[in-house]
Design a protein around this ligand. Structure first.
Ligand code: AP5
Length: 192
């Protein structure tokens, strides 16, 4: 199995690159953001609950995200691997993922940390806001999402650095070039 985590601030290109990675390496793309937005669109009770957090740019509580993610993973354990997009986002989530994968005897092969300057993040999010329909794509909420990222998610870099799994990716380059660099990083860890 090949398991990849793609990590980075809002607007850094995680979703864009994950779609390409999933296609090239035949991986199951697990985006917790997409899963949560689907619940909101379907107006399920879970969707109503999580919209209170998403609309304010806050993280959805760990227990909700973990339960949802486990459900998706359980349905796809026969897949050749996973690309985790936007997950984990807290130390609690990262420890839970390690425990779950350990139980199945499968590792995270690499954590791609996509680095993009703040000014560019806002430019991208505002560009996308024109047609994304996302309730959290406004300047005010994007600022909040970035603050939350710094406070709650950045510590994961150290967490995965200690495991020797972090590879920094320059996300400032055009999409194709970022993908080439990501592919090289994956080839270096891919089981033969
Ligand atoms: P989520 O959906 O994960 O959003 P995010 O992390 O804020 O990331 P974005 O979707 O904004 O950006 P991205 O990095 O995927 O970039 P993209 O490829 O779209 O989470 C949303 C919310 O859900 C969270 O705030 C939280 O409330 C909740 N949530 C989700 N997961 C959670 C978890 N695990 N725990 C708790 N809560 C959770 O690209 C952005 C734009 O830039 C696009 O228009 C794209 O075309 C463009 N672009 C991409 N790459 C490039 C490039 N190289 N050059 C120029 N433009 C580019």
């Amino acid at each position: 199995m090949l398991n990849i985590v793609i990590f980075g601030p809002p607007g850094s290109g995680k979703g864009t690159q994950s779609a390409r990675i999933a296609k090239k390496y035949d991986l199951m793309h697990l985006s917790t953001g997409d899963m949560l937005r689907e619940e909101m669109e379907k107006e399920t009770s879970l969707g109503q609950k999580v919209s209170e957090f998403i609309d304010q740019g806050l993280l959805v509580p760990d227990e909700i995200v973990l339960k949802m993610l486990y459900g998706y993973m359980a349905e796809h354990m026969d897949s050749p691997g996973f690309i985790f997009d936007g997950f984990p986002r807290t130390i609690v989530q990262a420890e839970a993922l390690d425990q779950l994968l350990d139980k199945h005897g499968i590792p995270i092969n690499v954590v791609l940390s996509v680095e993009v300057e703040e000014k560019e993040l806002f430019k991208r999010i505002m560009g996308r806001a024109e047609d994304s329909g996302r309730s959290d794509d406004s300047v005010e909420i994007a600022k909040q999402r970035l603050e939350v990222y710094k406070r709650q998610s950045l510590p994961l870099i150290d967490f995965y650095r200690k495991q020797g799994k972090i590879v920094a990716i320059n996300g400032m380059e055009p999409v194709d070039e970022v993908f080439d660099n990501i592919s090289q990083a994956i080839e270096a860890v891919k089981p033969v």
